[in-house]
Design a protein around this ligand. Structure first.
Ligand code: SF4
Length: 250
């Protein structure tokens, strides 16, 4: 399976979940390479912004912002090896993230089987952009889906970033929680429209402030709290941004 490479190994690290309904919980993060979207502000663009791709990322125009050589940013490992690496950490919660982890569901299922053979108490969360419907076996194996539909500010056409069948599927799943990053009033208007169009349950919607620094989170947070109060949504912080900014592997 294809994972993001960090130094000489896969990007697998023991930390706390920084966002969403299990924020603060100790977790092992495993970062898949590859994504079916190309958000222009993506903070893990090394999972898809490869040399030769036609997509633009905000970093491309910055000094030193060249696209990535695939061989330098992808590591390919058998699922059994990935499971072994995860099991080195004394932690039963595992977060499958990316990129878009649902592009490699069969491999993840093998990872999950290996780990649950070691210890049935393992819990698995998936961070997904909500454009792919999980296979039934994969869905059964996962405890929680953290679904982040992308808004207009991601810079892609709506037909790419919103797949109605996939969102309707997640809206009907008690395992799915919807996370939105917002900063501007237009973002909230868009989320209102999505929530109504796809019947997203208000008690499973979390709104988090945009920002890569604690100051930016603080600037955007208070207005979002007001929006959450009037709609019955949850407000969520982004603990990893507060603790580590945009550093990788922590
Ligand atoms: S869906 Fe996620 S990983 Fe993919 S480009 Fe957008 S932010 Fe990045």
């Amino acid at each position: 399976m294809k994972l993001a490479r960090l130094n000489d190994g896969p990007e697998i690290f023991h930390t706390i979940q920084g966002e969403g309904i299990s924020a603060g919980s100790p977790a092992v993060f495993v970062r898949a390479s590859l994504c079916n979207l190309h958000c222009r502000w993506c903070d893990t663009e090394y999972t898809w912004n490869f040399a030769g791709t036609p997509w633009e990322h905000d970093k491309d125009a910055q000094p030193g912002g060249a696209k990535h050589d695939k061989a330098e940013v992808i590591i390919e490992l058998p699922p059994a090896e990935v499971a072994k690496e995860i099991a080195r950490h004394p932690c039963p919660r595992v977060v499958l993230t990316g990129g878009e982890p649902l592009l490699q569901q069969g491999d993840w299922l093998e990872v999950i089987r290996h780990l649950r053979q070691r210890d049935p108490a393992y819990l698995f969360e998936v961070e997904t952009n909500g454009t792919l419907i999980p296979d039934p076996d994969f869905e059964d194996a996962i405890d929680q889906f953290n679904v982040s539909p992308k808004l207009a500010h991601a810079g892609m056409p709506e037909k790419l970033r919103l797949v109605p069948e996939a969102l309707a599927h997640f809206a009907s799943s008690p395992k799915a929680w919807f996370k939105f990053v917002a900063a501007r009033p237009e973002d909230l208007d868009e989320i209102d429209i999505l929530a109504e169009r796809f019947s997203l349950p208000a008690e499973h919607i979390l709104i988090m402030p945009e920002g890569r620094t604690a100051q930016a989170l603080d600037r955007h947070g208070p207005a979002l709290v007001d929006a959450c109060l009037s709609r019955g949504w949850r407000f969520g912080d982004r603990l990893h941004v507060r603790l580590w900014g945009d550093r990788r592997g922590v």
